[in-house]
Design a protein around this ligand. Structure first.
Ligand code: IPE
Ligand code: IPE
Ligand code: MG
Length: 263
């Protein structure tokens, strides 16, 4: 039985009101412009349930879907999700294959929903080196969501922070090849123009799930002054309330950027 007033229904209502209260609180503070999320713990989530690791990745897509409306409610402008790292190719072939298929399915299945919500999707990383079908589906997703104004979702795909810096250095060297003397005055701003999606601002906060406390090669250049928020929640269990809690934790930090405390 699950009609209005049943214990299950009441529990859901309580859950909703906690979520609403957390959103309200988060909206009272300053909202980060750019959030980064290391979606970790899919494998452990599945194994703890006696399932195959790949089932954890499937459940992870649901968590990603749940987060998007929550990011829109907060008014976050950019969110980078770490989907597949340059190091993840080391995993068993079956798992890599499964992840590639999942990315392909997601790009196709969620295209119209993302368009409807005004979400622009932009891949970052060496994503064009992924399997051809995946690249094709992603390219279509990018094209069809290009006019989205509410939120830019950056998908870090075959992404590595060191590789991003290396790719930037390579393009920079080519671009300056005829005017080497100008390199003497090269500024940070000149350099950042060669990063992936240079118009995207630095990341304000990086959230990592599953209790691991490291960056694992995520957004190295742009993370220079990011606040780091860690939670033990495994990614497939992560939902809007966890996101709001992470933002509230971020709001409690004092960002100094090397300066002294200002009253
Ligand atoms: C994150 O979950 C997903 C990817 C890295 C693709 P994991 O697969 O790393 O899950 P754990 O860390 O093994 O639990
Ligand atoms: C980071 O998670 C990469 C993604 C979430 C896509 P990993 O699970 O690959 O990181 P490590 O190996 O624990 O550092
Ligand atoms: Mg992991």
């Amino acid at each position: 039985m699950s009609g209005a007033g049943s214990p299950r229904d009441m529990a859901t209502q309580q859950g909703d009101s906690v979520e609403d209260a957390l959103l309200k609180k988060a909206l009272e503070g300053s909202i980060p412009v750019h959030v980064g999320i290391v979606m970790d713990g899919n494998g452990r989530w599945a194994v703890s349930r006696g399932l195959k690791r790949t089932e954890g990745h499937r459940a992870g897509v649901e968590a990603l879907r749940r987060c998007l409306p929550a990011l829109l409610s907060l008014g976050v402008r950019y969110c980078t999700f770490y989907v597949f790292s340059t190091e993840n190719w080391k995993r068993p072939q079956e798992e890599v294959q499964f992840l590639m298929n999942l990315i392909l399915e997601y790009s196709r299945e969620d295209r119209s929903e993302l368009m409807r919500r005004g979400i622009r999707v932009v891949p970052i990383g060496r994503w064009k080196e992924m399997p051809r079908q995946v690249v094709r589906a992603l390219s279509r997703l990018v094209k069809d969501t290009a006019s989205g104004q509410k939120l830019t979702v950056l998908l870090a795909l075959n992404y590595g922070g060191r590789q991003e810096i290396l790719d930037a250095a390579r393009s920079l060297a080519l671009s300056y090849s005829g005017r080497r003397e100008e390199l003497r005055d090269l500024s940070e701003e000149d350099f950042r123009r060669f990063l992936y999606e240079p118009s995207v601002p630095d990341v304000d906060v990086i959230i990592r799930t599953s209790g691991e406390k490291r960056l694992s090669n995520f957004l190295l250049w742009r993370a220079a002054y990011a606040e780091l928020v860690f939670t033990d929640v495994l990614w497939p269990d992560f939902g809007p309330s966890d996101l709001y809690r992470a933002i509230i934790e971020y709001q409690g930090r004092e960002r100094r950027f090397g300066d002294v405390r200002r009253e």
